[in-house]
Design a protein around this ligand. Structure first.
Ligand code: GAR
Length: 209
């Protein structure tokens, strides 16, 4: 089974969806750690109750780099091969993104590339959109800009508020994220990606004298 660490900042309903899907027969992944930047995150208590190892470290009073290094150390000592961000409301340092490039997924409440960043439901309502939705994507240094791996649309009703819409988007997220994660960890080894990384590293090396 592929080992996955889930990072949360809030209620952790997406983490719960990933966890419960991982316990169904034929799941190709297991969750080995739930970590948070908020020691009071609801997702942490749920993970604890479900017997999943947890790690909490507030980012307050620390630099982004220091905090990410500590999170990264916890993730690596859990043996995780992948990170799934699930409502993790911190922008990651370049170092963290580079270290996990190609192995870190995020779920975002909009149909990317529309509405990157925050307040996605409000913006979709204000724009009078017919649909909003959710996207699972690879994490790169561009905020909400990495390759989209899967999306699910959600119709907007006249009666919707940002809260009612966010609730339905989460229902769609809970279906989408476990499926995309399962497909992702089951994909054949991507030698093209590795080749690109080796080329980029070789380019960055100083010329031999
Ligand atoms: C989810 O809707 C997720 O898409 C969103 O936060 C919510 C977390 O809910 N993520 C972002 O906005 C990331 N920029 P949860 O804690 O119940 O899973």
């Amino acid at each position: 089974l592929a080992k996955v660490a889930v990072l949360v900042s809030g209620s952790g309903t997406n983490m719960a969806a990933l966890l419960y899907a991982s316990r169904l027969p034929d799941s190709p992944y297991e969750i080995v750690l739930v970590a948070s930047n908020d020691p009071n995150a609801g997702g942490l208590s749920l993970a604890e109750a479900e017997g999943i190892p947890t790690f909490a470290l507030s980012h307050k009073g620390m630099s982004r780099e220091e905090h990410d290094q500590a999170m990264d150390a916890a993730v690596r000592s859990s043996g995780a091969e992948y990170i799934a961000l699930a409502g993790y409301m911190r922008i990651l340092s370049d170092e963290m993104v580079t270290r996990w490039e190609g192995r870190m997924l995020n779920i975002h409440p909009s149909l990317l590339p529309k509405y990157k960043g925050l307040k996605t439901h409000e913006r979709a309502l204000e724009a009078g959109d017919e649909f909003c939705g959710t996207s699972v994507h690879l994490v790169t240094s561009e905020l909400d800009g990495g390759q989209v791996l899967g999306q699910a649309p959600v119709a907007i009703m006249d009666s919707d508020t940002p809260e009612t819409l966010a609730y339905r988007v989460k229902l769609a997220e809970h279906q989408l994220y476990p499926r995309v994660l399962a497909d992702f960890v089951s994909r054949p080894f991507d030698s093209g990606w590795l080749l690109e990384r080796v080329r980029a590293l070789a380019m960055a090396l100083p010329e031999a004298e």
